[in-house]
Design a protein around this ligand. Structure first.
Ligand SMILES: CC(C)(COP(=O)(O)OP(=O)(O)OC[C@H]1O[C@@H](n2cnc3c(N)ncnc32)[C@H](O)[C@@H]1OP(=O)(O)O)[C@@H](O)C(=O)NCCC(=O)NCCS
Length: 393
């Protein structure tokens, strides 16, 4: 097996729903981060052997195979292929893992892994139901085979699954709201202190009056988030007390990393950002659906020969506040190492983009802190969780 290194990374600032990114064509936005990642790697674009892209709602402008469309929208030559994969909210971490596999197995040497989602255009479940061009219903993937797995339990939506997880791990609304306040405060502090500057690629867009702007920071953060205000919000998604405050918001964004074998990095005399130390992926209980990170974490630690104590920072996706809180309770994790620059509660969660975005943020934070290991994991629809450990070089 070859060692696989992250050579460069780029992500857009995350855009609010119908925010500054609203008029971008997804392929163009993907092309924009592909160009930025290749530019930051300082490599000949024709060296890229594949683009593996994670997108969840692969319909309409995000359809066909967006990885390849992103290549056409970039400065990469026609000879660079591209594909799009889908593991729900874990899609672009899975893209990184697939690229890792291609390189580690000596199949390819230079691969870009990326993620993009424009939820303003294609919200949750955009690829389910609907109508075919001939007017026939498009259909749904669920069937008796799936409902049998729920063993008579209700089929929760993701908010309801988060609510059930809060109950099971005895997590209160107040704890979730404290966690949300902290997430916004950490993300705001990171923004003000310029911690995201190196990972962000300034991206053009429109302000609310349609003036052209260049965005350099994440749009969804609400620095004035308070316990008092959060306590007044009404429940959403048919839950008891999960609110818009304790849910990740509907957002847009794209990100990309250039991955290379260590031999190629040496040959090209590049300075890499990080090494991929280990990968894992699990399937979990389809009723609670969002508990995967609890099981992916010990699995990947074992594979890496590491313990919780060896990890300097954990990025556990904040799809809803109970998810990282249940993870932390179950694994007795140190809260001061968890989502140190905030998470999706503050920054938003453009689903296909998030695995790559979290990885990019974790790698840059490792470098800033001169720390060694970051563990990144995300819960997903369909009850799964990929996890990756990055090592600073
Ligand atoms: C939860 C959800 C339904 C809420 O939708 P929404 O009501 O349109 O949410 P918004 O983000 O627009 O927030 C609504 C209001 O809540 C309040 N609010 C939200 N977050 C807040 C915060 N941090 N502080 C204070 N007020 C807040 C505001 O009043 C806001 O209205 P405003 O934007 O006009 O100020 C939607 O965000 C959602 O579906 N999220 C989950 C997405 C998902 O499932 N992803 C996959 C996860 S696995």
């Amino acid at each position: 097996m070859k060692d696989v290194l992250v050579v460069s990374a780029a992500r857009t600032p995350i855009g609010k729903r119908n925010g500054y990114l609203r008029e971008w064509l997804p392929a163009m936005l993907l092309g924009h981060v592909l160009d930025a990642a290749v530019g930051r790697a300082s490599i000949d674009p024709s060296l890229v052997e594949d683009v593996i892209n994670g997108t969840v709602y692969q319909v309409g402008e995000q359809g066909f195979t967006l990885g390849r469309m992103g290549v056409f929208a970039s400065n990469l030559p026609d000879s660079v292929p591209g594909t799009s994969i889908n593991r729900q909210c874990g899609s672009s971490l899975t893209a990184i893992q697939m690229a890792y596999g291609m390189i580690a197995s000596n199949t390819l040497d230079v691969v870009i892994a990326s993620g993009i989602e424009m939820m303003s255009k294609y919200p949750i479940a955009s690829d389910i139901g609907g109508t075919l061009p001939n007017g026939q219903p498009q259909g749904e993937p669920y069937g008796e085979f799936f409902f049998k797995r729920l063993k008579g339990s209700e089929f929760y939506n993701q908010g309801q699954a988060a609510q059930a997880i809060a109950k099971k791990w005895n997590i209160s609304r107040h704890e979730c709201e404290e966690f949300t306040v902290a997430s916004h405060a950490k993300a705001y502090r990171a923004t003000v202190n310029g911690y995201f500057k190196k990972e962000i690629v300034p991206t053009s867009g429109l302000d609310k009056d349609r003036n052209k702007i260049v965005m350099e920071k994440d749009e969804p953060i609400r620095p004035d988030t308070s316990l008092e205000k959060l306590a007044t919000l009404s429940p959403v998604l048919g839950t008891e007390w999960i609110t818009a405050g304790t849910s990740s918001s509907v957002t847009d964004g794209a990100s990309a990393v250039v991955l290379m074998s260590e031999e190629k990095v040496k040959e090209l005399k590049l300075t890499p950002l990080a090494r991929i130390k280990a990968n894992a992926v699990v399937g979990s209980d389809p009723i609670l659906m969002l508990t995967g990170p609890i099981y992916a974490t010990p699995k990947i630690l074992k594979k890496a020969g590491l313990t919780m104590n060896d990890i300097d920072i954990f990025e556990v996706n904040e799809a809803f506040a109970p998810i990282p809180l249940a993870w932390a309770k179950e694994l007795n994790a140190p809260m001061e190492k968890l989502n140190v620059n905030g998470g999706a509660l503050a920054l938003g969660h453009p689903v296909g983009n998030s695995g790559c975005r979290l990885s990019i943020t974790a790698i840059h934070e490792l470098i800033r802190r001169k720390a060694k290991y970051a563990l990144v994991t995300l819960c997903t629809g369909g009850a799964m969780a990929p996890a990756t450990i990055f090592e600073r070089i």
